[in-house]
Design a protein around this ligand. Structure first.
Ligand SMILES: [Zn+2]
Length: 394
């Protein structure tokens, strides 16, 4: 397989924060096969769901804004399902098929079974259960605060370790897409708004607010189709860098106001499944998560085992677990940009290895992790896969 390089003259490689940098950090070799390979596009579960849930939340916001449906909760069959199918069609046209057992792509009229349990479509599978929970939990609090949705960000940085003749370019581009909440809308919001409540309770936010020169500020938002990472885990840190970097990109836009804080929504926390719960149980025992359960929630997590049904946790616990506030900080912003420079340097280095004739598997690092590997399409021929599936020759 040869890597296609665009004509020599001048290219600026462009890296999206989530699609490239975070995907690369999950596993470099998997990233290589997904993004730069000639294999048919196919995504691991988490990436597919991440794209899907972003699409569903954005489309739902537009519907809400156009006054089509104002009152929550929305009904899955008659309302949310329309949005899901619309997003699925859009993703499918980009070649992105839902992983098996995650999403039912059919309507009542469809007669074939596909990967569904039977022909009684539509099936409310994992992706739909989570989309419904995300929308009905956060939609009513978040949508009234959104000032600008799907804001496209772009910045240029110096290529790390630039070498004339070897490096592809002396610059690289960083891109990202965010939702922006503005101070104006935050002031108008009802005092029953959960997001406002959490913001007001956050000491770092209060301090930033007190030290602000102008009366205008912004909060940026991103959705994560995953469970809340444990403190200090790679994802925990990467998300922190991501939000700092978004704030930097936003600050480059002339119409922006200072970004005080970023909010991440870990949407799987609203409805945990077995693997997530097993992880949470371990984290609670090790006290490695920042939002610890108490009372009945704690008891049902510690007593749970994979043969049991998933217990229903208290609403406040689910809410707190699914929202993460990240205050902006100039020192960590600098460090975050540096981290991303390092990742770009790594990716560019691997590309150069390949261009120099090294085989793919030798050119890219791997990051074996059982969950990532089990969900990876390339596990059968990856030498370092942590998945127990047998190796085959490609
Ligand atoms: Zn179905």
């Amino acid at each position: 397989m040869s890597l296609s390089i665009r004509s020599k003259p001048y290219i600026i490689p462009e890296y999206s924060l989530t699609g490239d940098l975070l995907a690369y950090l999950t596993c470099p070799l998997q990233y290589r096969y997904q993004n730069k390979g000639t294999l048919p596009p196919s995504m691991p579960i988490q990436l597919w769901f991440g794209d899907f849930i972003h699409g569903v939340m954005e489309e739902a916001y537009l519907k809400w804004k156009e006054n089509e449906w104002k009152d929550f909760p929305w009904d899955w069959e008659t309302q949310i399902r329309q949005i899901e199918l619309e997003i699925h069609k859009r993703m499918e046209s980009r070649g992105l098929q839902p992983p098996a057992n995650l999403f039912c792509p059919f309507t009542e009229e469809d007669e074939h079974q596909g990967l569904c349990p039977d022909t009684h479509h539509p099936h409310k599978l994992v992706a739909s259960i989570r989309a419904e929970a995300a929308l009905n939990t956060w939609g009513p609090h978040l949508f009234p605060l959104v000032d600008d949705s799907e804001v496209r960000l772009k910045g240029i940085r110096d290529m790390p370790h630039y070498q004339k003749g070897t490096s592809r370019s002396n610059y690289y581009g960083v891109t990202g897409i965010i939702d922006v909440l503005s101070s104006v809308k935050l002031e108008e919001a009802s005092d029953r708004n959960l997001i406002i409540k959490y913001l007001h309770r956050d000491p770092a936010f209060q301090e930033k607010l007190a030290n602000l020169d102008s009366d205008k500020y912004e909060v940026i938002v991103d959705y994560k189709g995953m469970k809340r990472p444990s403190i200090g885990s790679p994802s925990w840190d990467h998300h922190y860098w991501q939000v700092q970097t978004y704030a930097w990109l936003r600050s480059l836009q002339p119409e922006s106001n200072p970004v005080l804080i970023g909010i991440l929504f870990y949407l799987n926390e609203l409805s945990l499944f077995k693997e997530d719960l097993a992880e949470l149980k371990r984290e609670v025992k090790e006290e490695s998560t920042d939002i610890m359960p108490d009372g009945g929630d704690r008891e049902s997590i510690l007593k749970w085992n994979p043969k049991h049904r998933i217990p229903l946790f208290s609403e406040s616990f689910r809410h707190l677990r699914s929202i993460r506030m990240i205050p902006m900080d100039e020192v960590s912003l600098e460090r975050s940009l540096q981290e991303f420079d390092n990742v770009v340097a790594d990716i560019e280095g691997s590309i150069i290895n390949e261009v120099d004739g090294q085989v793919i598997q030798a050119s890219w690092k791997t990051n074996p992790d059982k969950r990532t590997c089990d969900a990876c399409d390339y596990k059968t021929f990856c030498k370092n896969s942590a998945s127990t599936k047998k190796l085959t020759v490609p």
